[in-house]
Design a protein around this ligand. Structure first.
Ligand code: IMP
Length: 197
């Protein structure tokens, strides 16, 4: 089965393909099926935005579409950047600029506890909608560490492992990450759906 990913983020796609590949599911980008739509994330929750993206891409392609809406929620910042993680600090910033801004906003703040959240939604042309949520607890590091991953990975510290997400191999990250957990749950729901249809 082919699922069209409602994102242009290659690294997200790689993470999702690695996990869902075991099920014989192929995740492809919109561009691979000749579609290029930018869905406006007007929702205020991960669930709403995830559904908006998956539904729009399913309607545009006529194929099952999967979306991940994710972000980093920091307790001392009342849950920010949260659903606005990709847009934190405005359009002029890249990943490095955004995590630097986060470190700046965390100066002198406590606690430094935070969690990554991922909500996966898959919309099928027959009207079926599958949703799964995963979370991963950690803290905001005092300085960036590691070269792997993307986004806020260099500043998301896992106290038990004494490493940031960016210091883990892709397999290590997938095993504990918010997206890994959401995808595992989704995988079970997808298996159930495929058995029913
Ligand atoms: P989305 O594409 O609207 O879901 O935006 C998610 C944003 O949250 C990304 O642009 C990243 O900044 C951040 N994010 C989500 N998941 C991760 C992750 O696994 N590592 C680092 N940053 C992430």
């Amino acid at each position: 089965m082919k699922l069209v990913l409602a994102s242009k983020n290659q690294k997200k796609m790689k993470e999702m393909s690695q996990i869902l590949g075991h099920l014989g599911v192929e995740v492809c980008l919109q561009a691979d099926v000749g579609v290029d739509i930018e869905v406006e994330e007007t929702g205020t929750t991960f669930e709403e935005n995830s559904l908006l993206k998956a539904r729009a891409v399913m309607e545009a392609t006529g194929l099952p579409a999967i979306a991940d809406d994710s972000g980093l929620c920091v307790d001392a910042l009342n849950g920010a950047p949260g659903v606005y993680s990709a847009r934190y600090g405005g359009p002029g910033l890249d990943d490095t600029g955004r995590y630097r801004l986060l470190l700046e906003n965390m100066r002198g703040q406590s606690p430094r506890t935070a969690r990554f959240v991922s909500v996966i939604t898959c919309c099928f042309p027959d009207g079926e909608v599958l949703t799964a949520r995963g979370e991963c607890e950690g803290t905001v590091a005092f300085a960036p560490m590691g070269e792997g991953g993307f986004g806020y990975d260099p500043v998301f510290f896992l106290p038990k492992l004494k490493k940031t997400f960016a210091q883990l191999t892709p397999e290590e990250k997938n095993a504990i990450s918010h997206r890994g957990k959401a995808l595992e749950l989704f995988r079970a729901k997808l298996e159930d759906y495929l058995n029913r249809t």
